[in-house]
Design a protein around this ligand. Structure first.
Ligand code: SF4
Length: 207
């Protein structure tokens, strides 16, 4: 497959903490359409990264047998559309034993749909109570489209390895968290929901 049909890679990491019970090969893709407060991958999300050559990914796929899952994360992987699908197919072709999960902010249901037949699940981030547009937009610092998000959640909820997650941002109240839990109960297809602790990000100055 030609490299021009694949997304640029911004990082590769073996991780034991990203999916309960699994050791994953995390593959980081650049760029994001949200601009969240306290983004842990803000450089990658803003397109500031050193490109990782595909040779490195191929080496990992051919040699790293500690992992049992590939997690495509970012940034927002769904921004890469067809190229994301090509990456999933490449992983599938090289390592039939790996589960494949894609992390997403749920803003691009058409891409979630496109890849959904080729992956085992998604990790959908829920940043605030989804029906509270103002609160959601306070966190993501851009427009929030609830219809697109609901469509993504609906597709993701059908896959066996899907999880939903929320960072316990300090500006979310207990009531907010309760509303998010209720949302997952109503729309999440019984899939696991995790509230992850907040760890402050201090951005490096650009000068
Ligand atoms: S959606 Fe994720 S990657 Fe994008 S800005 Fe928000 S926290 Fe960062």
């Amino acid at each position: 497959m030609s490299l021009s049909n694949l997304p640029k890679l911004a990082g590769i990491l073996t991780s034991g903490i990203d999916h309960p019970g699994h050791i994953s090969l995390n593959i980081y893709l650049p760029y994001c359409n949200f601009n969240c407060r306290q983004c842990h991958n803000y450089k990658i999300a803003r397109g500031v990264f050193e490109e990782v050559p595909y040779e490195q990914l191929l080496w990992e796929l051919e040699n790293n047998f500690v992992v049992d899952m590939a997690i495509i994360t970012g940034g927002e992987p769904t921004l890469h559309g067809e190229k994301l699908l090509n990456l999933v197919k490449l992983i599938r072709e090289k390592r039939k034993d790996l589960l494949v999960r894609i992390d997403s902010n749920g803003s691009k249901p058409e891409v979630i749909k496109l890849v959904s037949n080729y992956v085992n699940g998604f990790a959908i981030d829920i940043k605030a109570p989804p029906f509270e547009k103002e609160k959601y937009e306070f966190t993501i610092r851009t427009k929030f489209n609830i219809d697109a998000f609901l469509a993504s959640v609906k597709i993701a909820a059908e896959l066996p390895y899907t999880i939903f997650r929320t960072v316990k941002y300090p500006w979310l109240t207990e009531e907010d968290l309760e509303k998010i839990r209720d949302f997952v109960k109503a729309y999440g297809g019984g899939k696991p929901y995790y509230v992850n602790p907040f760890v402050e990000v201090v951005e490096e100055s650009e000068s």
